[in-house]
Structures are given as structure tokens and as C-alpha cells.
Design a binder for this molecule. Structure first.
Ligand code: SF4
Ligand code: SF4
Length: 291
């Protein structure tokens, strides 16, 4: 997508907002921070006036957009059907030149995590698929591709093995692009999208299966696979979302959404919430958001 596409999308969506505030009542971030700028309604209003915001203020504004952990509950709640989640991502894309994500990443103490995130952001393919090839329903000739996501957990193997699907794998698919997307790095995201499209076409894949709610959302909403089936495996008995390793490694967050990225996107707010020790958002990244 180009800059103008994001502006047009934001304009079209934010004009639908009737200012009712219903989205605020479901936002865990707002409930904790209690400031309008961090609420979905506040973010919709900021997005609406994005082209009036002076360059010197844009860095601060991006911090507001970065604080949302993209759970998607507000979009579901909105009676005017404003696509709030996608408005927030679009605003991040427009403001990404002010991003401090890479600087924040360099502050991380966990070296392995730092290396892995850099790889994700550079579009490298990195998940080891050997364990998956040992599952009884692995079939290299299947037209159903399993999309492992960035942090392949043993839970995922369990979900896949008990599912009804035979599946194939591909070493080249890498990340769905969610980290780049959440950071507003649209060029990186577009490259990751193209790489996956190439695999899907070359392998004549008819169905994409994932165990990760983030991949499911990104594949459904930001990729173009409307002619293919995308399946989210039943993950209801997962102990925790393996994608949230950033947050889980450092806090007691029970969030199962993009909340895990907060130390990377907005470390200041992350520290504030950590000190309060009462931030327990529940993610709604499920079929409802993607469908
Ligand atoms: S996506 Fe979730 S965290 Fe973000 S504004 Fe909406 S409800 Fe709040
Ligand atoms: S629920 Fe929808 S219409 Fe109401 S304030 Fe939020 S974005 Fe606007």
C-alpha cells in the first residue's frame, strides 16, 4: 500500500465514528492508563486529524498509536463498524519514520531475542521445521501449507497433530510480517508478503493452516488470499501464546495478543504498567477479527 492509500483508508473509516465511546469500555489499555489519547476513540480522533499534526509532534503521536496492543476488541464493539484496529496500523505506517523500535531493540538484554527479532525484521526465514516433519499428518505433497509463525512452540505441534489436516511445509515462508506491520514498517511487510505469495503460487497451495492468532489475522486481513482457505487451529487449551515471548519473558502479562510487543514499541508505558502490576488484558485475536 502507498501513503495515499493509508490516508484514504483512515479518512473513510474515521468519518464513520459517531464519538459514542463504546470502544473505550472494552479497551484494557485505556482502562489501565485512563487517558483519552490511549483509548480507541482517542486514537480514531488523532488519526482523523493526522495531516494537521506538525512534524515536531509526530513522534509523540506515534507513541500513542504504538501503545495499543492490537487486540482488536474495539473494532468488534464499534456500532459504526469503524475498522479501528486497521486504522491504528495505518497510522503507524504513516508515522513510522519517527519509530524508535530499532533503538529500543538495542536496549534488550536478551541477546538471542534481539538477534531473532532483527532476523524477523530483515525478512529472514528462521523456524526449524524438522520437528514438524516427524508428525504423522505431514505429507510433502499436500496442498495444505502449515504456516509455523516466528516462535514455533510445542503447543503448535500438538494442535496440528490432533487436527484433521494433512499438511506440507516450506522452508522459505518465514514470518507473516506481523512484527513489521505492527511497527509500521510497511516496506518490510510488503517484501515478506511477496515472498509468501511466491511460495503459495509455485506450490499451488489451496489452504493455509496456522496455530498462531496473529498470523491468522495478518494473513486474512493484510495478505490477499480471499480465494484460499485460511484455517486457525483450535488453540483453546494453549497455556500461553508463544508469540508473546517478549512480554512473557519480562512480565506476568496474561495478554495473548500483540501486547507482547510493548517493550519494543513503547518501553516507557511498558515500565509504567509493569510497576502497577495490574495489567491483565485478554486478547481477542481470534476468528472473529479475521473473518
Ligand atoms: S485494539 Fe485493543 S488495545 Fe488497541 S485500542 Fe482497540 S481495544 Fe484498545
Ligand atoms: S465505538 Fe466506534 S463510533 Fe463509537 S467512539 Fe469508538 S470508534 Fe467511534
Amino acid at each position: 500500500m502507498k501513503r495515499n492509500d493509508f490516508f484514504n483508508f483512515i479518512k473513510k473509516e474515521t468519518e464513520k465514528c459517531v464519538n459514542c465511546g463504546k470502544c473505550k469500555s472494552v479497551c484494557d489499555m485505556y482502562k489501565n492508563l485512563r487517558e483519552e489519547e490511549y483509548s480507541p476513540r482517542g486514537l480514531v480522533q488523532l488519526a482523523r486529524r493526522l495531516n494537521e499534526i506538525k512534524n515536531t509532534q509526530q513522534s509523540k503521536i506515534l507513541e500513542y498509536f504504538y501503545t495499543c496492543f492490537l487486540c482488536g476488541k474495539c473494532s468488534i464493539r464499534c456500532p459504526a463498524e469503524v475498522q479501528i484496529l486497521n486504522v491504528i496500523i495505518s497510522a503507524r505506517a504513516l508515522l513510522s519514520e519517527h519509530s524508535k523500535v530499532l533503538t529500543n531493540l538495542n536496549q534488550f538484554k536478551n541477546k538471542n531475542l534481539k538477534i531473532k527479532i532483527k532476523k524477523i525484521l530483515s525478512g529472514e526465514s528462521f523456524s526449524s521445521l524438522e520437528k514438524l516433519k516427524k508428525l504423522k499428518n505431514y505429507n510433502p505433497r499436500s496442498s495444505s501449507l502449515f504456516f509455523p509463525g516466528c516462535f514455533l512452540s510445542d503447543d503448535y505441534l500438538k494442535f496440528l497433530e490432533r487436527s484433521e489436516f494433512n499438511f506440507t511445509l516450506d522452508e522459505n515462508i518465514g514470518c507473516c510480517g506481523y512484527l513489521a506491520l505492527a511497527s509500521g514498517f510497511i516496506d518490510i511487510f510488503e517484501n515478506e508478503k511477496k515472498r509468501l505469495e511466491k511460495v503459495i503460487r509455485a506450490r499451488r497451495i489451496e489452504r493455509i493452516i496456522t496455530a498462531c492468532p496473529h498470523c491468522f489475522y495478518v494473513l486474512n486481513v493484510w495478505h490477499d488470499y480471499r480465494d484460499r482457505e485460511i484455517i486457525l487451529l483450535d488453540n483453546t487449551d494453549a497455556e500461553k501464546c508463544p508469540e508473546c515471548v517478549l512480554g512473557f519473558n519480562q512480565t506476568d502479562f496474561t495478554c495473548t495478543g500483540f501486547g507482547g510487543l510493548l517493550p519494543l514499541l513503547n518501553p516507557e508505558i511498558f515500565s509504567r504498567l509493569k510497576e502497577q502490576n495490574k495489567f491483565f488484558p485478554k486478547c481477542s485475536l481470534s476468528k472473529k477479527v479475521g473473518e
